[in-house]
Write a protein that binds this ligand. Structure first.
Ligand SMILES: [Zn+2]
Length: 272
């Protein structure tokens, strides 16, 4: 098995998106300011003897060119360089979207599900509740932070092969050494992560936005700015911390600029 980190550019955002109440006013300093920070975006490709597995798909390359609504652009503008396209990164490894057997999508936000439409030959794994609730938002025409109407339309047009991971399936063994972790409600309606057991590197936990940055993990656990279910979020982080202790795993934060610098990117090498 080889695991590749596919760089997908970055979002700029108020730090309060990543961690709730980062800069509270106090009696002596009542007027605080917000921090405008970089939030890297990446996907992960695993070469497995039984097929290629992709975890998340990053942002759509047309995000800033008519794909995203103005509120999303204002909240988290997307910046991508020449080498930050998901399809381009796959191509440099010798693959096309049609070669990917399994796509696990952690949740359906714009920076994780933005390129799903390209994977029409793949089996797509998503939380049942996440898909159901996202489709409800679409049906009632009520865009909510992180869900992009044109992304959803592209999935429907593409006729994707959805595989629904139901709420009571807390773990799903996808392939030997690759396990889907179904976290349930937290950051969104239904969050999923991935556990990958590599022979040399050891276990890697990809929590997605269940842990945006190191400070979310704590201790103490810190909530993100966007949380559908705070109790569910807390329980999820506890579960990940327990799993980390049991497996001595690395936890790869989803949007931590400092942590992200330490990762080997797919153009430089891989984890095995
Ligand atoms: Zn998210």
């Amino acid at each position: 098995m080889k695991l590749f980190v596919l760089a997908n550019g970055l979002l700029m955002c108020d730090r309060a998106n990543l961690i709730a109440m980062p800069n509270l006013g106090t009696k002596d300093k009542p007027h605080t300011t917000s921090d405008w920070v970089e939030s890297p975006v990446y996907a992960v490709l695993i070469e497995h003897p039984d097929g290629l597995v992709l975890f998340d798909t990053g942002c759509n390359p047309d995000a800033m060119n008519g794909r995203w609504d103005e509120a999303s652009i204002q909240r988290t503008p997307y910046i991508a360089g020449e080498k930050d396209s998901l399809v381009g990164a796959l191509r440099r490894l010798g693959y096309a979207p049609n070669d990917i057997a399994h796509v696990v999508v952690s949740h359906l936000h714009e920076d994780h599900a933005g390129c799903l439409e390209y994977f029409t030959k793949s089996e797509i794994y998503v939380s049942d509740t996440e898909l159901a609730q996202t489709m409800k938002l679409y049906a009632i025409g009520q865009p909510a932070g992180g869900y992009i109407m044109k992304d959803i339309e592209s999935w429907l047009r593409a006729g994707l092969h959805w595989n629904l991971i139901e709420d009571n399936t807390t773990e799903y063994d996808l392939l030997p050494g690759i396990r889907i972790l179904n976290f349930g409600p937290g950051h969104t309606f239904g969050m999923m992560g991935l556990q990958v057991d590599l022979p040399n590197t050891g276990t890697i936990i990809l929590p997605s936005d269940a842990i945006n940055i190191a400070e979310n993990l704590g201790p103490p656990i810190r909530y993100p700015g966007l949380a559908w279910d705070t109790r569910g979020y807390y329980n999820t982080v506890r579960r990940i911390a327990d799993l980390q202790r049991k497996t001595n795993a690395q936890i790869w934060y989803s949007h931590d600029a400092e942590f992200y610098k330490t990762l080997i990117k797919s153009d430089e090498g891989y984890y095995d």
